[in-house]
Design a protein around this ligand. Structure first.
Ligand code: HAX
Length: 435
């Protein structure tokens, strides 16, 4: 049986000639045009990146390696008696595009266990930070602090070889993913649970062990598996993926690159939106004395938020033009496990009123909810109520997508990224305003 690394080698070597041919023979073929608005407004829609790990269709949503979220949940092996797949098997799938057998999955589960020991100095650094530091700052700092462990940096220092550079990148990526749940659980328990920690359980898979170390009972293990998988990848142009890719393109290692990606994820327009949703909902619930607002009352809260100049967190998207399938995956979970939860009812009522209001408001191109509109409900229900921690959970999942991407970036020898800037004078000349 080929190991994951051997499988990945075969895949990368088989893929390389396609990239080489496109570059050599078809490099001048145009894939699109760029408008002035795109150069000013965040390059929205500019086709300037390549990834085969996931594709985001505006009307269908995400496909991981060609499969939708329900298809992925169906085909990837699951731990016995569980509803959601092994995260380790999903990592194999993201990297190779092949669904691993149960035997291959168990091998990865074991490999992750071997790699999950976090150096003590990481905990010491976390402990030295003021306790009110945001958990995302701690999480990113912990990743960055481990940079001295990088096999890729060592490989570069000892003589770089473009053809094999993906190998130490893969090694770093796997080490990091195995350790992230341990670091996340440590931050959580240090900050919010009296600094009392729960040792890892050697018998558990990544999702099960994360739930165990967080101190959250079943079915939180399945929540963790679902959550990490649905948040993993969303093409390579979103802020966290793009930041990771950009930094790695300078041949910075996976520790530097992921830390940069996590810093982008911590922005309120990106991953922090999941915390903002819960904060906003809690504010409204407080005003309502815990009572579920009527549809009319809910409409008023939404309009008040918009009229005060704020965005409705969890709604809108730069690419999607329909309800996010990641929202739907969580909604299905909630309908099955927590249909009577008051926050779920609240979120459902929001779903009834927000899209029409955003349409009437007339600004957002996509009035539908994104992944973050639903994330907090399930977490809150199972006892994870410290909502400023929610983006860390997103980060554990997102790490898989962005690290799979930069491993392939090195496998295919993608270049250092360097788009060209123009001045406002130049844009005015192009527009014909200035001669
Ligand atoms: N509420 C109010 N106004 C909104 C809005 C919302 N939810 N979504 C977009 N708009 C506004 C924008 O602020 C923008 O206004 P201005 O012209 O005044 O700047 C206008 O509508 C056009 O924006 P857009 O083209 O539809 O959206 P963008 O591609 O520029 O931005 C965002 C996409 C996700 C950042 C945006 O929809 C937003 O701010 N949503 C709320 C925050 C959020 O949920 N973020 C998480 C997104 C998913 C994700 O990345 N998760 O990590």
């Amino acid at each position: 049986m080929a190991t994951l690394k051997e499988k990945l080698r075969e895949k990368i070597e088989a893929h390389r000639p396609r990239t080489t041919r496109l570059l050599k023979e078809y490099g001048d073929v145009k894939v699109g045009e760029v408008t002035i608005s795109q150069t000013i407004n965040g390059m929205r829609g500019v086709k300037g990146l390549t990834t085969d790990i996931s594709y985001l269709d505006p009307y269908e949503g995400i496909r991981f390696r060609g499969r939708t979220i329900p298809e992925v949940m169906e085909v990837i092996p699951k731990p016995e008696g569980k509803d959601y797949p092994y995260v380790e098997a999903f990592w194999y799938y993201l990297l190779t595009g092949d669904v691993p057998t149960l035997e291959e999955t168990k091998e990865i589960v074991e490999e992750f266990k071997q790699r999950r020991t976090v150096p003590q100095y990481v905990f010491d650094i976390l402990r030295a930070m003021p306790r009110d530091t945001h958990p995302m700052t701690m999480f990113s700092a912990a990743v960055l602090s481990m940079q001295r462990e990088s096999k890729f940096a060592k490989f570069y220092a000892e003589g770089f070889n473009k053809m094999t550079a993906w190998e130490p990148m893969y090694e770093d990526a796997t080490d990091i993913i195995a350790r992230l749940p341990i670091i996340a659980a440590y931050i959580y328990r240090m900050k919010y649970k009296g600094d009392v920690h729960i040792p890892a359980d050697p018998d558990l898979d990544l999702g099960g062990n994360f739930a165990h170390m967080m101190g959250l009972p079943e079915p939180y293990d399945d929540v963790a598996r679902m959550y990490f998988i649905i948040h993993s990848d969303h093409e390579s142009g979103n802020v966290s993926a793009h930041a990771t890719h950009l930094v790695a393109s300078a041949l910075s290692d996976a520790y530097y690159s992921l830390s940069a990606g996590l810093d982008g994820l911590a922005g309120p327009l990106h991953g922090l939106a999941n915390q903002e949703v819960l904060k906003w909902i809690q504010g409204v619930m407080k005003k309502m004395d815990g009572k579920l607002p009527s549809e009319e009352e809910m409409k008023k809260f939404v309009w008040d938020t918009l009229n005060s100049g704020q965005v409705i967190p969890g709604y809108g998207h730069a690419v999607l033009r329909k309800t996010d399938p990641r929202y739907m995956a969580q909604r299905e979970f909630a309908l099955k496990h927590l249909p009577d939860d008051p926050i779920f009812k609240f979120v459902s009522r929001l779903y009834d009123v927000v899209p029409d209001i955003l349409r009437e408001h007339g600004k957002a191109k996509n009035p539908w909810p994104n992944v973050d509109a639903h994330s907090g409900v399930i977490q809150w229900h199972y006892g994870l109520r410290e909502y400023d921690f929610y983006t860390v959970l997103f980060g554990v999942g997102r790490a898989m997508g962005v690290l799979a991407n930069i491993t392939w970036d090195r496998g295919l020898g993608y270049a250092i990224e360097r788009p060209k800037s123009l001045t406002t004078d130049m844009l005015e000349e192009i527009a014909g305003i200035k001669k």
